[in-house]
Design a protein around this ligand. Sequence first.
Ligand code: NAD
Length: 287
Amino acid sequence: MTTLLDGKALAQTMRGALKEEVAAFTARHGRPPGLAVVLVGHDPASQVYVGSKVKQTEEVGMRSIEHRLAADTGEAALLALVDRLNADPEVDGILVQLPLPVQIDADKVLNRIDPAKDVDGFHPVNAGKLAIGAPGLVPCTPLGSVALAKLAQPDLSGLHAVVIGRSNIVGKPVAQLLLQENCTVTIAHSRTRDLAGLCRTADLLVAAIGRPLFVTANFIKPGAIVIDVGINRLADADGKGKLVGDVDFAAAAPLASAITPVPGGVGPMTIAFLLSNTLRAGRLRAA
Ligand code: NAD
């Protein structure tokens, strides 16, 4: 029997608990936690993500502060907005939606966000804290991925975890979190030799590659926990495009002990942890 790791349901449970904690924060501090979301330009996927983030922020009782800027906004103007949000006492979290237009250096903007308000956890100060195991703000998708793995098996200690992907926003922080869970962690990437053979040694396999249906049955050790972070759009017959993960779910699921679907797995968990990071940032700032 394979367990379906339902991120949609777990995220909903998290939001229910957050709603109560947000109400307590608001009663105590006389204002709700505030999340500022900055979107530059009209990227269709980014518009959908920002729309969901704003809606869910408000649903849990937090204040959403939206800044939608024109596609030709200059770097200096965006940096000035980040400075204003850093200085605003009612803003607890700042999220600048990526990708940014070419005229803006994304690293420069992300590095300008006050680490105490960096709810995406991308600032080098927070990345460094994660690396040394100090408390800080941790990226949301990795938190969601590990929460789903722990839904399958609460104690991950001693498992061999293979993470495919070494990006700063997913692969590396997932690996750091799994190390904190006492897994033995291998990070695989595009230059890894015999990737399928390596993955077949994984008790826990995390795919964060960005290639549709890349992980097939011969990557899966029987009984493994499989976490699919990938979100890829495949053209389909009606021309709308279908969302698929990095894992070929139909091939992998019969072998796995537990697996995340796409959509409905890691995706919804990412937003739930964005909200939880915002509340956490608010509490730390208010303390
Ligand atoms: P990225 O392009 O920055 O990194 C991809 C990684 O995959 C690289 O480190 C690369 O070494 C590795 N890779 C590429 N080709 C490979 C190959 N043939 N064999 C082995 N490794 C290979 O991507 P990212 O930002 O880390 O995102 C990865 C995926 O996760 C994407 O599909 C993205 O859409 C998705 N994602 C989902 C969420 C979510 O909320 N669920 C959030 C962020 C990213």
